[in-house]
Design a protein around this ligand. Sequence first.
Ligand code: PRP
Length: 175
Amino acid sequence: MSHQVFISQSDIQQRVKVLADKINADFQGKELVVICVLNGAFMFCADLVREINLPVVMEFIKASSYGSGTVSSGKITLDLGFQGELKNKHILVVEDIVDTGLTLTKLFEMIKHESPASLKLASLLFKPARNKHKVPIDYLGFEIEDHFVIGYGLDYDGKFRELPYIGIYQGEVNE
Ligand code: PRP
């Protein structure tokens, strides 16, 4: 199935470079702990860290709230399993999308308990129309309208994450 391209591969790559340049400038001389929020952020995070020229320690956590539908279930599962300590570290959380904001609100609460030196968020997308929990996004790729988007890490029922661009899902949705 083909999908209407919503944000092209080249637009994404250009924006990723702009965000990475800003991160490089903001954290100059520091080591960064980058926490990639799986699954959706895998592609954005992989591209972003390749443009970051600071020492980076990668961590991965798994968060999920959608199940197989298109609407957040409101129940967040966070599978924390950090390899190293977060205490006194500069943390950059990398997400694919902030929608209701619930996932990031919960995750930030948990990370703050670990007493990091600083805590920032990079998110490729933000959907203000659905936002309920205000989350400050320090490095934002694109603000979008209330479309169900797929590709570049984002899925519908586990599919389409591999697309190099962001599209709008055009099939029937299972809510
Ligand atoms: C998506 C996305 C964020 C979250 C955002 O994850 O990756 O983690 O939803 O939604 P919220 O702001 O309403 O909490 P999802 O649960 O679809 O899991 P996935 O990353 O494995 O696709």
